[in-house]
Design a protein around this ligand. Structure first.
Ligand SMILES: Nc1ncnc2c1ncn2[C@@H]1O[C@H](COP(=O)(O)OP(=O)(O)OP(=O)(O)O)[C@@H](O)[C@H]1O
Ligand SMILES: [Mg+2]
Length: 509
């Protein structure tokens, strides 16, 4: 007897519908699984066999063939367990076969027949919604993610419950729909350090404010102990809240990476990823035989903080060039090419040289010119060019460190950032970009309107600083953000002058 059950899987970030065909026939007892299964799928045979018995059903001592179609799609993960078990029960008439074609079902089985949560439920549910698909049967622990979508879903604790539901011997309630915007209600992220704890460093603080407001990349350079790491740690608290669209985009990635939990089915604040400088290429940009998202993808719509920037492997740093430019990363493997989103904001911190005191007025730098050059060459020109703000974080004076003047709190800075980001959201509503840093040539021409004085200043700076075309565009984008923080539409010479201040690297070379 043959039965057919629909299931779903994700390859990279893409969901695919999978048809699980089960044939139970005469012959020597065996259990075969075909259709390009990987090890976890192949092992499901043992889980399914034991779970069926322990859930109170009979496992048929017959010849069982399971085919996962389409046969040329690689199948990975334990999510097919439930569909295979239901297929066997339907083929042996232990549950009613008529009902099962209405549902798509996924879930991992434990040996006692319980359903375990799996990763990737959110993108699957959104995919099924978009394809006008039938109802979704999922593990109870995944209910939160499915509830974020308009799809009719049912969450179950074990195989026996699914059996009763499909045989209509007991009814179960549909998963409640959650209002995404309620979960996203504007909340400030609490951080260990507040802007008010950082003494002085007003230029760096303002630069971080501009970076947060416009989603710009920023590099902080300064001697050891000047507060670069401390400043970066304040960043999550001043970042603007996620929009619903952004939250759903990034939550899909987190769902596939298995980083969502039962309690928190949606990413509600901007990601702040801090990979160590020993990170490998695959962990940074994504990889593996079946490519998985890397740090640049997990930082989408948030911040990728690279502390001790030049200490990262050169190939890792250079691999950031494409995602920084395109907002996506393409991972090519022999078996597949995958494109992941990577629209992150880079925050980097570095010392000016190997000993760290090259620009310090007090301590003498002990590096040789060759060492300084070698240290600086670790970050290539094209990579530096992609970082909008370069800001120096100098050593603090004794007076600054002990000044009693009240520093501004992160909350106050955040208010300005949020207002500036709201202006951008309104402006780019129909443009397909989210913030000033993502402006292309078309948006720059339409939205970067300069007063006459500003045009003159920019022309002069272009000549004297030898700005590259990319750096020129970047100054315009930053000036747009500074004008947004000042809540004005026209860009003035003051805004251009401040934007040029953040290209200090151009002045140093
Ligand atoms: N501006 C500041 N206000 C208050 N405390 C500060 C400031 N700058 C540094 N500190 C103190 O110095 C410590 C070291 O600062 P931090 O780790 O941020 O330095 P860093 O610039 O990242 O140094 P490194 O280059 O060695 O990584 C902080 O934990 C903090 O206690
Ligand atoms: Mg540091």
């Amino acid at each position: 007897m043959l039965s057919r059950v629909f299931s779903c899987t994700t390859i990279g970030l893409e969901p695919h519908l999978v048809e699980v065909e089960v044939d139970v026939g005469n012959g020597l007892p065996c259990f075969e699984l075909v259709g390009l299964p990987d090890t976890t799928v192949r092992e499901s045979k043992e889980r399914v066999r034991t779970a069926i018995k322990n859930a109170g059903f009979d496992f048929p001592p017959r010849r069982i063939i399971v085919n996962l179609a389409p046969a040329d799609l690689k199948k990975a993960g334990p999510g097919f367990d439930l569909a295979i078990a239901i297929g066997i029960l339907a083929a042996t008439r232990q549950i009613c076969e008529k009902e099962i074609c209405k549902y798509v079902m996924v879930g991992e089985l434990s040996l006692d027949g319980k359903l375990r949560r799996i990763s990737g439920i959110l993108p699957m549910a959104l995919f099924l919604t978009g394809n006008g698909c039938r109802s979704f049967i999922i593990p109870a622990d995944n209910r939160g993610e499915a509830g974020l979508t308009p799809l009719d879903s049912y969450g179950f604790n074990d195989l026996a419950e699914v059996g009763r539901f499909l045989s209509k011997t007991k009814s179960y309630p549909m998963v409640e729909k959650t209002n995404t915007s309620e979960l996203l209600q504007d909340r400030m992220v609490s951080t260990v350090v507040d802007f008010a704890d950082v003494k002085g460093q007003n230029t760096a603080k303002r630069a971080l404010e501009v970076a947060a407001a416009g989603g710009h990349n920023i590099l902080m350079i300064g001697p050891p102990g000047s507060g670069k790491t401390m400043l970066a740690q304040c960043m999550p608290a001043i970042l603007p809240p996620l929009t619903t669209k952004e939250a759903l985009e990034i939550s899909q990635v987190y769902s596939i990476a298995g980083l969502l939990s039962k309690e928190m089915p949606l990413v509600t604040s901007r990601p702040f990823r801090t990979p160590h400088h020993s990170a490998s290429l695959a962990s940074m940009i994504g990889g593996g035989a079946l490519p998985r998202p890397g740090e640049v993808t997990l930082a989408t719509h948030g911040v990728l903080f690279l502390d001790e920037f030049p200490e990262y492997r050169r190939d890792v740093l250079e691999s950031l060039r494409q995602p920084l430019e395109d907002g996506v990363v393409t991972v090519a493997r022999v078996s597949s090419v995958m494109t992941f989103p990577a629209r992150f904001q880079l925050v980097a911190a570095a010392n000016p040289c190997y000993c760290g005191y090259y620009t310090d007025p007090v301590r003498e730098c002990t590096c040789t010119p060759y060492q300084i050059k070698r240290y600086r060459n670790k970050i290539s020109g094209p990579l530096m060019d992609r970082i909008d703000l370069h800001v120096e974080v100098p050593r603090l004076s004794y007076q600054d460190l002990n000044s009693s003047s009240g520093e501004e709190k992160s909350q106050a800075v955040r208010r300005r950032v949020v207002a500036a980001r709201e202006r951008q959201t309104r402006r780019y509503a129909s443009e397909g970009v989210y913030c000033n840093a993502q402006m292309g040539a078309k948006e720059r021409a339409a939205f970067c309107l300069l007063e006459d004085d500003a045009k003159l200043l920019l022309k002069e700076a272009f000549r004297s600083l030898g700005l590259s075309t990319r750096a020129y565009a970047c100054v315009l984008r930053m000036a747009r953000t500074i004008a947004d923080l000042a809540e004005v539409e026209m860009i003035t010479d003051e805004h251009i002058a401040e934007a040029l201040l953040y290209r200090s690297f151009e002045r140093n070379v």
